[in-house]
Design a protein around this ligand. Structure first.
Ligand code: PMT
Length: 403
């Protein structure tokens, strides 16, 4: 369903000056827009301007007799087919996360059944603060879709993540989300680490949190795909409408992936699979005293899951990740060729701000003839961009096959 009735919620932040343009672009898409402003927002942009561009009255007060007599907040919440909050300040973000209803906008968000999108904008330190990050996770778990923020120079002259996405990008994202480029496709995604048992209390593993793979699963489902997510041991909630199968070791992941890969169109291997496991596991805890100062573990290679899937006679479109710390392009291209992949996404895991366990990522995606940069952004937004690239290549490959 194309959303044509939007509430645009504007909160108090300098990026509010961009909202008349946002209204104009939404209207250009054939939408009717009703603007709801917080009191803080009015310090940055006038209700009169927004009334003129939206051609509708602008709402602000929860306890306004005229507004309640004319439409009322519950009616407005029912009227909306989509709510977009841009910019979303740190303060209103916290209020939303904690279910507050202390102004008209937060009340509408509680009273509506419409999907909600939000474009946060704030100082980069405020964005990175653990309180904000924890509020963000709450909102995401509740299905609120975040657009940005973007990296760059801020009004406060700091540089970092926190800029509101440009109005064109917000509108493109809103209407792209409905484009469902993966409609009808079955996408199999592996995520998280594997654990290889040493003894009953110890294992070998790595720092993967599963965030990247889970973000891909969530975004692929929103783009219309049927999604199966094979998850290593992680503590993340399952994205809505995604089939999740939990595994622990590389061998278990191999077994489940090989079974599921028979029925999928696209396989994205985001898991950080342990390359080795113990040749023999110990049934009892290895005692320090037994081993003196040195302990030698006898390791054997795990099967390469992705390379095996890519060699299946009826193989899905195969996308790998290359987690590297040096010789980035060389190793990424080597994986593309040796594992016989369609695409490989290079992840610089020497940078703590992206890659393992970080909330953000940045990727370079290699096909056999081209490369595409996905600049630093939240893993949710990086996932959307990566899936758009995958969708394009997948459709191009299948078009070539059928002609
Ligand atoms: O989980 P996060 O904290 O969000 O971090 C994301 C990430 C850094 C884990 C992820 O983006 C990433 O880079 N995943 C791949 C990590 C990895 O194992 O890279 P690799 O270069 O060792 O492996 C190359 C490819 O082969 C990967 O697609 C991997 O899934 C696959 N592989 C590797 C070994 C193996 N035995 N079987 C495999 O299928």
């Amino acid at each position: 369903m194309k959303i044509t009735r939007w509430i645009l919620g504007i909160t108090g932040g300098i990026a509010a000056y961009k909202t008349p343009e946002l209204v104009r672009l939404l209207v250009k898409q054939g939408s009717e827009v009703k603007v709801v402003m917080t009191h803080g927002a009015k310090s940055f942009v006038t209700p009169m301007t927004l009334q003129a561009v939206s051609r509708n009255p602008v709402y602000s007060d929860l306890l306004d007799e005229d507004f309640e007599a004319a439409m009322g907040h519950i009616e407005l919440a029912r009227w909306a087919q989509g709510i977009l909050i841009a910019p979303l300040s740190a303060n209103r973000l916290a209020a939303l996360a904690h279910g507050m209803a202390d102004d008209l906008l937060t009340t509408l968000c509680l009273a509506t059944q419409a999907p909600i999108w939000a474009a946060p904008a704030m100082n980069q330190q405020m964005w990175h603060h653990p309180a904000t990050q924890s509020n963000i996770r709450i909102l995401q778990e509740r299905g609120i879709q975040l657009l940005g923020p973007e990296y760059g120079e801020q009004a406060c002259q700091e540089i970092g993540l926190g800029r509101m996405c440009e109005p064109e990008a917000i509108v493109a994202n809103l209407f792209n989300a409905e484009k469902t480029i993966l409609e009808g496709k079955h996408v199999l995604i592996s995520a998280g680490p594997t654990q290889e048992v040493i003894d009953p209390v110890r294992y070998l593993s790595n720092r993967s949190s599963g965030k990247m793979g889970f973000a891909l699963a969530k975004a692929a489902q929103r783009m219309g795909a049927k999604v199966t997510l094979i998850a290593g041991p992680v503590s993340l909630p399952t994205p809505a409408h995604v089939k999740r199968l939990d595994v622990t070791s590389a061998q278990q992941m191999y077994d489940v992936v090989m079974k599921e890969a028979q029925h999928c169109d696209i396989f994205i291997s985001a898991a950080a699979v342990c390359d080795f496991r113990l040749l023999e596991t110990n049934n009892h805890k290895i005692k320090k005293s037994d081993q003196h100062q040195n302990l030698t573990l006898n390791l054997v290679a795990n099967p390469d899951i992705l390379a095996t899937v890519a060699k299946l006679p009826k193989r899905p479109f195969c996308v790998g990740f290359a987690a590297e710390t040096e010789n980035f392009e060389h190793y990424a291209r080597q994986k593309l060729l040796e594992k016989e992949l369609d695409l490989v996404a290079l992840n610089d895991v020497s940078n703590n701000e992206i890659g393992f366990d970080a909330n953000d990522n940045a990727l370079t995606v290699f096909s056999h003839h081209q490369k595409h940069e996905i600049t630093k952004n939240s893993k949710e937004n990086v996932a959307i961009k990566l899936l758009e690239i995958i969708g394009e290549y997948y459709h191009a490959k299948n078009k070539t096959k059928s002609t």
